[in-house]
Design a protein around this ligand. Structure first.
Ligand code: BTN
Length: 252
């Protein structure tokens, strides 16, 4: 049951389409700092000139081919310790959406990459910004849809078109993704992080499998156990170890 005090958030009202922008996350952060941060606002770009990825990387995407969007999410009422749920809810939504079209094979690679088999189909960049007494999250989503040629520097990209052989209407797809985010955000707004975490772990990439990870240039093998309620990766190689985002990287 939904608790009565939690508002239903419409994701994609308004749905702003920009033909070109440096980064939809930058645009959303600017709206917030200008006092124009409205819960559920979506900024969709046909082209990003300076798309940003995790850990300071660049997010490359061809013009008009992909989903490049950012969602403004009011998290003022969310306890800080539950903010980790933003990552779960965004990844789960992208997973559900992509898996519907890829017809299985999609997984969430910790912390929030969207993988199809062993290839990266999308990424998520979540940023937090405060304005007066309010706190906002910007959920930045990049999903490869119609692009079939990628920069050689990218190790393992894949798109929906490469998987299905079909061409898609990216704006319609982005709006569909908004509805899925709306559904998962109800659970987030109820502060039900346990349920989000459980669902996340069900579709975690390489769960129960042995992988190679790298910490400070030292490689070692371990088994992926789960992602805990704090969003940390739990692995085992003799003993259980827990890693925060940024502490380790995967050897793909
Ligand atoms: C990653 O490194 O995997 C995260 C990539 C996130 C890219 C998206 S595209 C829309 C939004 N705007 C940005 O500048 N980045 C995010």
């Amino acid at each position: 049951m939904l608790s009565t005090h939690q508002p239903l958030v419409k994701i994609g009202e308004p749905f702003i389409i920009l033909s070109e922008v440096d980064s939809t996350n930058n645009y959303a952060l600017k709206l917030i700092q200008d006092g124009l941060g409205k819960n559920g606002t979506v900024i969709f770009a046909q082209h990003q000139t300076k798309g940003r990825g995790q850990v300071g990387k660049i997010w490359q995407a061809n013009v008009l081919d992909n989903i490049l969007m950012s969602i403004i999410f009011d998290i003022t009422a969310i306890p800080i310790q539950n903010q980790v749920g933003l990552s779960f809810l965004t990844a789960l939504s992208c997973h559900e959406f992509f898996n519907k079209y890829s017809k299985d094979g999609t997984a969430i690679k910790w912390s929030n990459d969207i993988y199809w088999n062993d290839k990266k189909a999308g990424g998520i960049l979540i940023e937090i910004s405060a304005y007066k007494n309010s706190r906002f999250a910007v959920l930045g989503i990049g999903l490869n849809i119609n692009q079939i040629k990628f920069d050689k520097s990218l190790p393992n990209p894949v798109s929906l078109k490469q998987i299905t052989g079909k061409e898609f209407d990216v704006i319609n797809l982005a709006k569909e993704l908004c509805l899925i985010i709306e559904k998962w955000s109800l659970i987030f707004n109820q502060n039900n992080i346990k349920e989000l975490n459980k669902s996340y772990n069900k579709v975690l990439y390489k769960k129960g499998k042995e992988v190679t990870i790298k910490k400070k240039n030292i490689k070692f093998n371990c088994t992926i156990k789960e992602v805990n309620l704090h969003g940390e990766l739990v692995v085992e190689n003799g003993i259980k170890k827990t890693y925060k985002f940024g502490e380790i990287s995967w050897v793909v």
